[in-house]
Design a binder for this molecule. Structure first.
Ligand SMILES: Cc1ncc(COP(=O)(O)O)c(C=O)c1O
Length: 626
């Protein structure tokens, strides 16, 4: 069989990780496909960016694609519905979205809107998240599941919300929490709807393995469960306990772990029922993973199953186990966050400039060159594939010697600059040999360019920094042109950790990204994909780079888009207020110094105006490069 023709963009493996959502257009632009309307024309991302720029919405930008989110919700609900029909399961699926995974109002509003037809609910892990959940009109039979540590105020609000018709379940995390619930319930005269969080002993694999198993921080051991049941019986409130919660984990790589943990959760369900608990809901928490690399294997950034397979595994296992025990099938609940929202947002930034690790021209030898400069120039005379390693060694040696001489004052700045230029042009020749097919292992990685990009890793991609999360990264344009350079992406924080240097490519994970030479005429945009889960709120204010601009768009059938919502990024005044400064005080303090300099005639009146305008302009501006 003949191999399919290769395209310049194949290197980014877009078809592997993003086939349903992205396609490369004929002009080389990356296009967004509408997963809700498969016949619609894809929409060019560079066109979206230039349109948004014209409207004054600049990069860096989080772009939320509304149909991607709608698709995420439809996909999980339809997958469970299909599995339930196929297996002949006698219960329904009532998923809840864990607010912590993306708390942004525009996202939660849409999740509630798109999820209403599926009676999709919300999970709240704190008082603040419960406040958010209660501000939404959910479907009549949708759930609000309250997890996490709860004080009396949290529990009161949860119980009182039942008077409004909310199905708010208080999931008990410990016997102590039950005491607070009993007190509050007695005070309010309101029966609670209770859940109980069971700690499973099965440990799942992957990056989040610690959040499962014996040593996970939440949930109760068997002795605590028994204590809770006895206490509820004693209080005459065992009938309030309706839901068993067993969080399977997060980003579970292997579907067999899902099956094993579900089976263990069923054992508890059966035993609790035998204890007289009238359980109606089995909540299996989070864990449904995202295939960031598209490799379909059980590894930290990939998964070996589809959403449909995950749903089928759960439905089949629960049906089998409960049939065996002669019990009715419960309502199935999952709290999938990542899998529902990750794909719906992307971070887009422009490249500001490049530090190139090669040079096109090499200066000729000059009579007053230091002899080591001459030696460096001479390396190119014996540069050929068989001697590349030797050339790399020699060039590094001569350059290091010259740098040592410079540090000690034996050669001047111009001589050093000539040496660096000769070195870089040598590297350029070596890179060309590599492009012609010679394999130099990882030798050339030290020679990849640095593309300086307009974003903060710590604010926008915190998991890349904290847990080596991989996200697909692709230039948005020129995808019909073979990339002529390789680069790592540095952010604009003053931190050497602020860089992306692991990329998903067609031949595996690479320490550099294939990119195109920059032109002065146009923006070179790069997109980081699948950032909708956890990234938007986990980010921090390193160097006081704040939230980016956010645009939510709808994809139209004609290849155009509608801007549904714009959220301006933080201004400098806003980030100052997060770190205890009152921006007005800053303006006042600066004004006092300016006025003093003006009265002491150190500053002209016109300069005073310019200074105050510049200071005020900065304080009200975007924290990123404009
Ligand atoms: C209790 C609970 N539910 C749901 C989730 C969401 O998990 P995921 O994003 O993997 O679906 C988490 C996250 O760890 C969690 O702790």
């Amino acid at each position: 069989m003949s191999k399919p023709a290769t395209q310049p963009h194949d290197v980014y493996a877009i078809d592997r990780w993003g086939r349903d959502l992205f396609s490369v257009l004929e002009n080389g632009d990356l296009g967004l496909k509408n997963p809700m309307r498969v016949d619609a024309a894809p929409v060019s991302l560079p066109d979206i960016m230039s349109d948004l720029e014209e409207r004054g919405i600049h990069a860096p930008l989080v772009l939320r694609v509304s149909p991607f989110l709608e698709h995420g919700i439809r996909h999980i609900n339809a997958s469970f519905a299909q599995a339930i029909a196929q297996v002949g399961y006698n219960g329904v699926y009532r998923g809840v979205f864990p607010i912590k995974v993306n708390q942004q109002a525009q996202v939660i509003d849409r999740i509630v809107q798109f999820g209403r037809q599926y009676s999709y609910g919300l999970e709240a892990g704190s008082k603040a998240e419960l406040v958010i959940a209660l501000a939404h009109r959910l479907a009549r039979d949708a759930l609000i599941v309250c997890n996490g540590v709860k004080d009396a105020e949290f529990i009161s609000l949860a119980l009182l919300s039942r008077k409004l018709g909310f199905n708010t379940v208080v999931v008990l995390e410990s016997p102590k929490e039950l005491e607070t619930v009993l007190t509050v319930a007695a005070e309010l005269g309101q029966e609670p709807l209770l859940g109980v969080r069971v700690k499973l002993t099965n440990q799942i694999g992957g990056a989040w393995s610690e959040s499962s198993g014996d040593r996970s921080t939440f949930g109760m051991h068997t002795d605590q469960l028994v204590a809770v049941i006895d206490r509820l019986k004693e209080a005459g409130m065992l009938h309030c306990l309706k839901l068993q919660h067993s969080h399977l984990g997060s980003q579970i790589p292997d579907v067999n772990d899902v099956r094993r943990a579900t089976r263990e959760a069923c054992r508890y369900f059966i035993e609790l029922t035998r204890e007289g608990v009238e359980l109606t809901h089995l909540d299996l928490g989070g864990g449904l993973g995202v295939d960031y690399t598209g490799e379909k294997n059980a590894s930290e950034n990939s998964i070996n199953y589809s959403v449909a397979e995950y749903a089928t595994n759960i439905v089949e296992t629960v049906a089998y186990e409960l049939d065996g025990a002669g019990l009715d099938h419960p309502v199935l609940v999952t709290e999938s966050g990542r899998a529902v929202v990750a794909t719906s947002s992307m971070l887009i930034f422009n490249v500001l400039e490049a530090t190139l690790y090669d040079g096109q021209t090499s200066p000729d030898a000059a009579p007053d060159d230091h002899h080591l400069v001459g030696d460096l120039i001479a390396v190119q005379d014996y540069l050929k594939p068989a001697r590349v390693q030797e050339c790399l060694n020699d060039a590094a040696y001569y350059r290091n010697e010259l740098r040592a001489l410079f540090r000690r004052g034996f050669i001047d700045l111009r001589q050093m600059a000539r040496a660096e230029q000769i070195y870089l042009s040598l590297m350029s020749k070596i890179k060309r040999l590599a492009e012609s097919g010679t394999d130099f292992g990882d030798q050339l990685e030290k020679l990849t360019d640095i593309y300086h990009c307009n974003f903060s890793l710590f604010q926008s991609l915190p998991d890349v920094w904290a847990i080596d999360q991989l996200h697909p990264v692709v230039p948005l344009q020129q995808l019909n042109v073979v990339p002529d350079r390789r680069a790592v992406l540095a952010d604009i924080t003053c931190d050497s950790d602020g860089k992306v240097d692991r990329f998903i490519l067609d031949d595996g994970v690479s320490p550099s990204l294939p990119v195109h030479s920059l032109s002065d005429a146009t923006h070179y945009y790069i997109g980081v994909f699948y950032v909708g889960a956890y990234q938007e709120t986990l980010g921090d204010l390193h160097n006081l780079f704040g939230d980016t601009n956010v645009a939510t768009i709808e994809l139209r059938d004609d290849g155009d888009f509608d801007l549904l919502h714009e959220q301006e990024g933080d201004t400098i005044a806003e980030v100052l207020s997060y770190v205890e400064y009152d921006p007005r005080d800053c303006v006042d303090a600066f004004r006092q110094m300016v006025d003093q300099a003006t009265s002491e005639k150190r500053l002209k009146a016109a300069d005073r105006k310019a200074l105050m305008t510049a200071y005020r302009g900065s304080i009200s501006g975007y924290t990123y490069y404009e």
